[in-house]
Design a protein around this ligand. Structure first.
Ligand SMILES: [Zn+2]
Ligand SMILES: [Zn+2]
Ligand SMILES: [Zn+2]
Length: 369
């Protein structure tokens, strides 16, 4: 494929250009620039033995008999020392604009109702142009392991499995707070992808609103369901497996593909093969299986692109949205193979210089080798 081609993301509806002929965009982050770590610190606050550097844990896997907030843990979750949201209820309690009681209004409209947004706040909910509200929520840090490891693929399969199991445990725990609408779970690896501490960790930010990209996906998925009666992700998985060109790797229950319309070259999506609306329903065994697959495909990415910075993030149904038939959780792996500039930030339009089919074949070759 030499001529530029426009492609539409089947879920979010975003258009991108695949332009392999456009050799080396000026802002392409070259292979010769592997991810650099955040500036090193004298004492890593995430290492075993430095527990007093972080707030008290809310979840941990510990050796029997070890005391909370001391050594003896395998994985640890606690509040972020620099939270973007505040955990205290505003005093006096302030109702969130557009919410009745707890969760965001109309968090999921039935997909059969045409023209009705999903997760949208009806305009009648707002009487003011400049809305604001107290930033109530939860910000947590999940430290993957006690030893100072900066590359998640260096975790053992068992350790990575515990990370994916902990995502489920925290989602389930945070869902009990009806004031929260959504939990964003993500990992930043490398300074270019926003990591400020090198020690491998994930972040969870629970919000009183459904974030925009989730809302866009929910809307797109509801439209697809209204038109076809099918979950767009189930259909995508079926077609990708049948075609194979963008399949990077698969297991009994999961598949990793390069995105049809990526924002960055080598962008990958990892999806359950069967319909799963909520990540919370993942079993321990499936979490281990997912972890092994993610580890392999990220290692292949590191091989092919010489360890780029990347983010991975979990997209799952909002907390109090039930079990939507049209939405399907997935993990997106977003390598920083280019630096977003005016076109991307200002218009949400991306140019990608490696076709996803070529990216998938390179990743498969790395996995085989
Ligand atoms: Zn450390
Ligand atoms: Zn599905
Ligand atoms: Zn997504």
């Amino acid at each position: 494929m030499d001529e530029p081609e426009m492609r539409r993301d089947p879920v979010a509806g975003r258009w991108v250009v695949i332009a392999p002929g456009r050799a080396a965009r000026p802002l392409e982050l070259a292979d010769a620039q592997p991810r650099c770590g955040p500036a090193s610190v004298v004492v890593c606050p995430f290492c075993e033995g430095a527990e007093r550097e972080t707030p008290n844990e809310v979840y941990a896997l510990r050796a029997p008999g070890s005391a909370p907030n001391g050594p003896g843990w395998q994985l640890r979750v606690g509040p972020n020392l620099y939270p973007a949201v505040r955990q205290e209820e505003p005093n006096p309690p302030t109702p969130f604009p557009g919410r009745e009681g707890g969760a965001e209004v109309s968090s999921l409209a039935p997909p059969s109702l045409p023209g009705k947004g999903v997760g949208g706040l009806g305009s009648s909910a707002f009487s003011s142009l400049f809305l604001s509200a107290p930033a109530y929520g939860r910000a947590e840090v999940l430290i993957d392991c006690p030893a100072h490891i900066d590359d998640p693929t260096q975790l053992s399969d068992a350790q990575m499995g515990e990370v994916f199991r902990a995502y489920r445990e925290r989602l389930t725990a945070l869902a009990s707070d009806t004031r929260l609408a959504h939990v964003a779970i993500f990992k930043n690896v490398g300074a270019e992808a926003g990591a400020s501490i090198a020690h491998t960790h994930s972040q969870l930010i629970a919000l009183p609103v459904v974030p925009e990209l989730i809302r866009t996906e929910l809307n797109g998925a509801a439209d697809h369901f209204a038109r076809t009666g099918r979950c767009v992700f189930c259909e995508l998985v079926e077609r990708e497996l049948a075609d194979g060109a963008r399949v990077v790797a698969q297991t009994a229950n999961f598949v990793a593909v390069t995105a049809h319309a990526p924002r960055f070259a080598y962008e990958m999506w990892v999806l359950p093969r069967g319909h799963e609306a909520r990540y919370e329903s993942i079993t321990d065994g499936a979490a281990r299986e997912l972890a092994g697959l993610v580890k392999r495909v990220v290692r292949a990415l590191d091989t092919v692109r010489h360890a780029p910075a990347y983010n991975w993030f979990l997209h799952t149904s909002p907390l109090h949205a039930g079990e939507p038939a049209h939405y399907h959780w997935h993990l997106e792996v977003m390598p920083r193979t280019a630096r977003p500039a005016g076109l991307e930030w200002g218009h949400g339009f991306h140019i990608v210089t490696v076709a996803p089919e070529r990216a998938a074949s390179e990743l498969r070759a790395a996995l085989a080798g």
